[in-house]
Design a protein around this ligand. Structure first.
Ligand SMILES: Cc1ncc(COP(=O)(O)O)c(C=O)c1O
Length: 373
C-alpha cells in the first residue's frame, strides 16, 4: 500500500480482471445477438471507479462508454480514455463547450434541448444522440415525436446525430412490457430508415435486456450492472456466469470481553445474552454501511459469519463474535468472499428493500478503492 494516504484500514478492493472478464462474457453475448456494447460507468463506475471500469471494459472489447454527467465524461478523458463517451443525462443549455472540449456526445431528449444545442453549435459542431421515451416515462420525446425531432436535428447545422436510443423499464421483470417497448423502438427505427434519417447507433437494451431479449433493429446494448459482476435481478443468476468485482473489507479496531446484560450502541437495541466478545469495526453509515442494516446483517471474520449488533454508527459498528478468538487487526469482509463464505450486495439489498445498484453506488468516496488484478 505504498504511497497510499489513508490510515484507517477500511477499503474496497476492485478486481479489474473480474470486470474485464465480465465485459468479455457480455461482448460475446452481444456478438451472438449482432450487438456492440457500450459500458455504463456513471456514478464512478457504480462505485467501482469509473476509470478502472472503463479501462477494463474496453480491454474486454466494449466499443463505447456511457456516463450520466458531462463532468464524468471529462474525468474519463482527463484519465486518457479515447473511446466514444455518451452523456445520458439531459442536455443542459449553455454547456456545449464542455462537450466539444472533451469530445462527449450529448443526449437530446426534447425539442428545446435540440434548439439549444443547435444555437451553441454555431461555435463548433456538437455530437448528439436522440432520446425517445418508449415507456420509461423519464427522458425522451414520445414515439410520435421522434421523426420530427430527427428531421429537425438533420436540418440544424453543426448538430451531428450519431445515434438514437431509448431505455427499458422492466427488462429485469415484465418481459411483455419490455418487448412492447422494443417494438415501439423498432417502429421508430423503420420510420427513420424509410426517410433516410437512420443514425448509425441504435440502442435500448440494458444488462437485463441483453441477457433476456434479442436486439431487434438495434446495433448496441448499454450494460452497467452486469459489467460489475452483479445481476439486474436475482432470478437472472442462472442465465449467465458473472464474477463480482467488488470486495469491501475492514480490520477489527478493538475487541473486548463483556459480561451478560451489556447493551451496545445508541439506543441500546442489543443486549448480550451471556459473556461474549465484542469486536468494533471502523466503518459506519458515512461510508455507506447503511444504518438500516443494524442488527440485520453479518460480516465475515476468519471465514465465518458473525452478526452486526446494535445501531451502526457514523464511523463504527459492533460485531458479536461470541467466544471466537478474534483479535485486533483481523480482516473483516462486509461484502465479498472470505475462505469459503460469501456475503453478496444482494443480501444487503434484500434486507433494505432496495437493489444491489444502490448498495455499491452508496459506498462513499471516503472509502479508498484498491485495484487488484
Ligand atoms: C439510460 C441508462 N442506460 C443503461 C443503463 C444500464 O443499466 P444496467 O445497469 O441495468 O445494465 C442505465 C442504468 O441506470 C441507464 O440509466
Amino acid at each position: 500500500m505504498e504511497g497510499v494516504n489513508w490510515y484507517r484500514p477500511t477499503w474496497v478492493e476492485v478486481s479489474t480482471r473480474a470486470m474485464a472478464e465480465n465485459a468479455k462474457t457480455l461482448v460475446a453475448l452481444g456478438k451472438r445477438k449482432g450487438l456492440d456494447l457500450m459500458a455504463v460507468v456513471k456514478a464512478d463506475g457504480y462505485g467501482h471507479g469509473a476509470l478502472a471500469a472503463a479501462r477494463a471494459a474496453l480491454a474486454g472489447g466494449v466499443k463505447a462508454l456511457a456516463v450520466a454527467l458531462p463532468e464524468e465524461g471529462a474525468a474519463l478523458r482527463e484519465g486518457g480514455i479515447e473511446a466514444p463517451i455518451l452523456v445520458m443525462g439531459a442536455y443542459v443549455p449553455g454547456t456545449a463547450e464542455v462537450y466539444r472540449r472533451y469530445r462527449l456526445t450529448a443526449t437530446v431528449s426534447g425539442f428545446q434541448q435540440l434548439r439549444a444545442v443547435a444555437r451553441e453549435a454555431a461555435a463548433g459542431p456538437v455530437q448528439v444522440q436522440l432520446k425517445v421515451d418508449t415507456g420509461m416515462g423519464r427522458l425522451g420525446v414520445l414515439p410520435e415525436q421522434a421523426l420530427a425531432l430527427a428531421q429537425e436535428a438533420r436540418a440544424a447545422g453543426g448538430v451531428e446525430v450519431t445515434g438514437i436510443y431509448s431505455h427499458l423499464a422492466t427488462a429485469d421483470d415484465d418481459l411483455q412490457f419490455a418487448r412492447a417497448q422494443m417494438e415501439a423502438f423498432d417502429a421508430i427505427i423503420d420510420a427513420l430508415d424509410r426517410r433516410g434519417l437512420l443514425p448509425p447507433q441504435r440502442h435500448i437494451l440494458n444488462s437485463a435486456g441483453l441477457i433476456r431479449l434479442d436486439g431487434g433493429r438495434t446495433t448496441m446494448a448499454r450494460v452497467g450492472i452486469a459489467l460489475y459482476g452483479l445481476y439486474p435481478a436475482p432470478c437472472l443468476k442462472r442465465e449467465l456466469r458473472l464474477v463480482p468485482a467488488l470486495t469491501w473489507k475492514t480490520r477489527v479496531a478493538s475487541v473486548k470481553r463483556v459480561p451478560a446484560g451489556m447493551t451496545v450502541s445508541y439506543g441500546r437495541t442489543y443486549r448480550t445474552a451471556s459473556e461474549t466478545t465484542l469486536a468494533t469495526i471502523p466503518v459506519g453509515y458515512a461510508d455507506g454501511f447503511r444504518r438500516g442494516l443494524s442488527g440485520r446483517v453479518s460480516v465475515l471474520i476468519g471465514g465465518r459469519r458473525y452478526p452486526v449488533v446494535g445501531a451502526i454508527c457514523m464511523d463504527q459498528a459492533v460485531v458479536d463474535v461470541g467466544d471466537a478468538p478474534v483479535a485486533e487487526g483481523d480482516e473483516v469482509v462486509l461484502i465479498g468472499e472470505q475462505d469459503e463464505e460469501r456475503i453478496e450486495a444482494d443480501e444487503w439489498a434484500e434486507r433494505l428493500g432496495t437493489i444491489n445498484y444502490e448498495i455499491v453506488c452508496g459506498i462513499s468516496a471516503r472509502v479508498p478503492r484498491l485495484y487488484v488484478e
